[in-house]
Write a protein that binds this ligand. Sequence first.
Ligand code: GLU
Length: 337
Amino acid sequence: MENDDLGLSHDSTTEPSPIQAFLKHLYTQYQPLQAGKVASYIPELAKVDPDLFSICIVTVDGKVFEVGDADQLFTLQSISKAFMYGMALEDHGRSYVSTKVGVEPTGDPFNSIIRLDESSKRPDNPMINAGAIATTSLIKGADPTERLNRMLEMFRRYIGHEAFVDMSVFMSERTTGHRNRAMAHLMRNFGMIDDRLDESLDLYFQQCSLLVNCRDLAVMAATLANRGINPITDEQAIHPDYVRDILSVMYTCGMYNYAGQWAYQIGLPAKSGVCGGIIAVVPNQIGIGVFSPRLDSHGNSVRGVKICEELSRQFNLHLLDLAMGRCKFAETQSPLS
Ligand code: GLU
């Protein structure tokens, strides 16, 4: 279908917006898709309404396009890992962080414990749980409150408003997260993380329990697309030197053990979480956020993957299309500007 045939209007203009129209079209097309299951291994997550669905795009010049339940709050889960990695890099610099967590994709599930052994000096990458816990253990602060407040402040810069932790999800993760706890103890035993093990695990569960909506996801992604500057507030959320590091691990490791197929087909730095959220970043162009809680066998949102596939195909968003000057997003957007 040609975008121009859709003829809907963006709320801020009477000009037809092909992007808004295309989002509406995707929403209508994929709303009936009910494949997949919501995550239930964290009891509080199992309570989500599986039919929730929203798509949002934020451009680097601050335009917002959204459809569906864009105000619905949910917890960030693994999407937080990309941003905490950036914070650890800011706290310690690239060379120190690389001694504590690698950048190697594993092809294993997110909660895999199998590669953690004494011969491995560090967890493989910051996007699997072990690597994320090691990353979180690096966050500076004199005590748990200071570390939590620094983490909340970092997320505030990315989302552009105050950040809160969902206490029910946090407690649910904290009391049932035996596997994560086991990984942390193993890493402590191997000397990969320091003595603040329980404190760091709490911080990890808190980052996963951070409340966001789909618009927040797209703004966070657009901030990474915009060299670390939030395009809505103009605030620098992260030092621009580290944006490429974050995007690199998102590109190679961000979509669980579907990351290779994703890089090949969709070609964007992205991160998903068991909440059903996905962020995808088109550098210098847009941030994409999708929320739909039913997950496939890898742990990725079923509708979310489809939507990103469609957007990538429609606008030639694959990074290599971008590098070859084939991206069509700016040109399609032109009726708006
Ligand atoms: N809090 C979740 C866990 O640690 C995050 C998992 C995810 O979103 O991949 O299991």
